[in-house]
Design a protein around this ligand. Sequence first.
Ligand code: ARG
Length: 461
Amino acid sequence: QANALWGGRFEAGPSAVMEAINASIDTDKRLAEQDIAGSIAHAEMLSAQGIISSADGAAIKRGLEQVRDEVRSGAMQWSKALEDVHMNVESRLKEIIGDPAGRLHTARSRNDQVATDFRLWMREACDRADAALAAYQAALVEQAAKHADTVMPGFTHLQTAQPISLGHHLLCWVEAAERDRGRFADAKKRLNESPLGAAALAGTAFPIDRDRTAKALGFNRAMGNSLDAVSSRDFALEVLSAAAITATHLSRFAEEIVLWTSRRFGFAKLSDAWSTGSSIMPQKRNPDAAELVRAKPGSIIGSLTQLLIVVKGLPLAYSKDLQEDKAPVFRALDDLELALAAMTGMAGDLTFNTEAMTEAAGEAYSDATDLADYVVRELGKPFRSAHHIAGTAVKLAESKGVPLSGLTLDDFRSVDPDIREDVFSVLSARASMESRTSYGGTAPVRVKEQVARWRARLQGA
Ligand code: ARG
């Protein structure tokens, strides 16, 4: 039996496989709210413009509101035979209000309809990502506030480099999250334009008012080119790019949580609520959530790649390929939301073994740069010579199996006769951290300023 909505020139219905490949309802029913909002705005405009009667306009609106209630309560019956969310909603509207339902699709196509729905959905997704990122930042800032004075080893190449403040390290991820928020905000600004009224591809001969529907739906303007309105998906690509970059940031911190909670590092612990056990090894506490966040870029970057490939090479205007845009977007943003919630939870949950961190911060000659800086500052030598002197001192200490602070003054003088007793005052991890007071540096005084700035910023938001 031919399709009731478009089957006029058909005699037979689709084969089972045709229906299976064509139907998108399992995925796009998530757009029901947006679809109904778009249809209500369209119907009100049609009636205000005298394109349909105000009685029909009112009946359509009332009917759509009922469909919305049914969707919200779970009473709505979705049908694969009706392909997608648009035809399911319209078909249910017809059951509720009868013939006036047939006037809703005047001066409209599913092509501008789906583009409108998707942009509306994406706009909310950007807001959700922003709120989740802000919560993640807040959790990090409060840990940073607690640990501005905690010394830990800073790494380059994962080799102990220089002592830093744990608070400083955590605020690094707050900075990254702030740029992630900026990317979502920027994508949202650009995507917030209305395709509605572009119809199938060419616009319409009916005297529609596109500004009115754009305004009713909270869009900044009506899109100026009907072909662009129905065929562009770069708005989704931008949101996916923002999600992919965010996911890489989360995965990097997740990896640090995995390292820090390992016995080898012993820097941090996750509570039972954020740990899992092993089915065979009774002693195990595994950071599964952190590992899963570390893996999430697989799906999120994959989604971005998937949509880039779907869109590339498509001629204008709409092609059914574009129906394949929603699954990767929903998957990526669901994954991102979960990853952000997990990272927010873990960021707040972590307890730090500050003794182990302080001890590690003092290991592996992490104060060698401080010795070189001392030679420059106190003895007036060029940094390159100072670097060599400090390197020689490290070699000597290493051969004696002691830290730099374990050398005697005579040892130091054998390396450079100008070195004085006061050299010992720079040879500690804490002194090293506290000395780095340059703007943006790791000294606790600077870290506390940054904590205050972030608290003000996050409260203002
Ligand atoms: N379900 C379709 C999609 O998601 C709606 C648009 C269908 N348009 C068409 N000309 N068949 O893209």
